[in-house]
Design a protein around this ligand. Structure first.
Ligand code: SF4
Length: 308
């Protein structure tokens, strides 16, 4: 399959422009960083086209709490990534080649309503993701994608048509030094892309994946950026894998809330609370949603933004 978004210069070097790595793909170095975009003669091709791994999950398990609660989703991913931190262990053997019409029929028969394009980085299998999303949308299904947003802001517009929601994955609160180390140097453009995605009016939640290198000042800085440029109501998830220190996590949550973020979640937290009076709005265990008819907290009437 011919790749989307590249150019070739007079020296016959190919420049892939799908993500901000902007790899130069030459005859001597015939594939990009993600290894799934390769040159064949003077054409850039994708080697993972329509080859995916898919499995069932619950939307809440994917750190997505304000959108279609209690739904099972079909998580779709593939091989290839553009960073050194977000690589998941998916092997070639796990991929299944699909035929689009049959695949959509299969999904519908199994009663899935939501497709969640997930890690590795879905932008790297953009051609496949977009085609599946297009057919799924036409069949009445809902598309969501998770991304590290490491692509040109202008591409955000393409998601408006077939996608309803996006999860932006951020590492160590978008600490520029950490990003340089994981090979995502252009944080300035990345921030712009997050803003552009938000402007497409997709439902957005932010997933911060952190490790022991995180810095509290970066949490404050990033929270302020969201509040000032996007919205204080954007759900803000802090996921610190394998950290059992609940006090540390609660301290981070408290810090984010004190900067002004309304909905902050840590690790496996699943209930949604009213930001104002702390009444339970979504009780995951009992599968109940407590809102009045105007989508407000029944206790204090604060507006709680949810897509049901
Ligand atoms: S990492 Fe892959 S998608 Fe990104 S620019 Fe390089 S070849 Fe293109």
């Amino acid at each position: 399959m011919r790749a989307f978004l590249w150019s070739i210069d007079a020296q016959e070097n190919i420049r892939c422009k799908l993500c901000l790595k902007k790899c130069l793909i030459t005859k001597k170095k015939p594939s990009g960083f993600c290894k799934v975009r390769k040159r064949r003669e003077n054409i850039l091709i994708v080697t993972n086209y329509m080859r995916i791994k898919y499995l069932e999950d619950e939307i809440e398990n994917l750190h997505f709490l304000h959108f279609k609660p209690f739904n099972k989703v079909l998580v779709i991913n593939s091989i290839g990534t553009n960073c050194n931190f977000c690589s998941m262990e998916i092997t070639e053997d796990e991929l299944k080649k699909i035929e689009i019409e049959k695949f959509i029929d299969e999904i519908k028969q199994k009663n899935y309503k939501i497709l969640f394009f997930y890690q590795q980085e879905p932008i790297i299998f953009f051609e496949t993701m977009y085609k599946i999303a297009k057919y799924a949308f036409r069949a009445g299904l809902i598309n969501v994608f998770s991304t590290n947003a490491y692509f040109l802001p202008i591409l955000s517009k393409l998601f408006k048509k077939y996608f309803s929601a996006v999860q932006v994955r951020v590492y160590n609160f978008l600490d520029e030094d950490f990003y340089k180390r994981i090979g995502l140097e252009d944080t300035k453009t990345l921030k712009k892309t997050i803003l552009y995605l938000y402007r497409q009016k997709l439902h957005m939640e932010i997933l911060n994946i952190i490790n022991e290198e995180y810095k509290k000042e970066k949490l404050v800085e990033f929270s302020e950026l969201i509040i000032n440029d996007l919205s204080s109501s954007i759900p803000f998830h802090i996921h610190y894998p394998n950290n059992e220190n609940i006090y540390e996590l609660l301290e981070l949550k408290d810090l984010a809330e004190r900067t002004g973020l309304r909905f902050v979640y840590i690790n496996d937290e699943r209930n949604v609370l009213c930001y104002n009076c702390k009444s339970i709005i979504i009780d995951r265990e009992n599968k109940t949603i407590n809102l009045n008819s105007s989508y407000r907290c029944p206790n204090c009437l604060a507006k709680v933004e949810l897509i049901l």
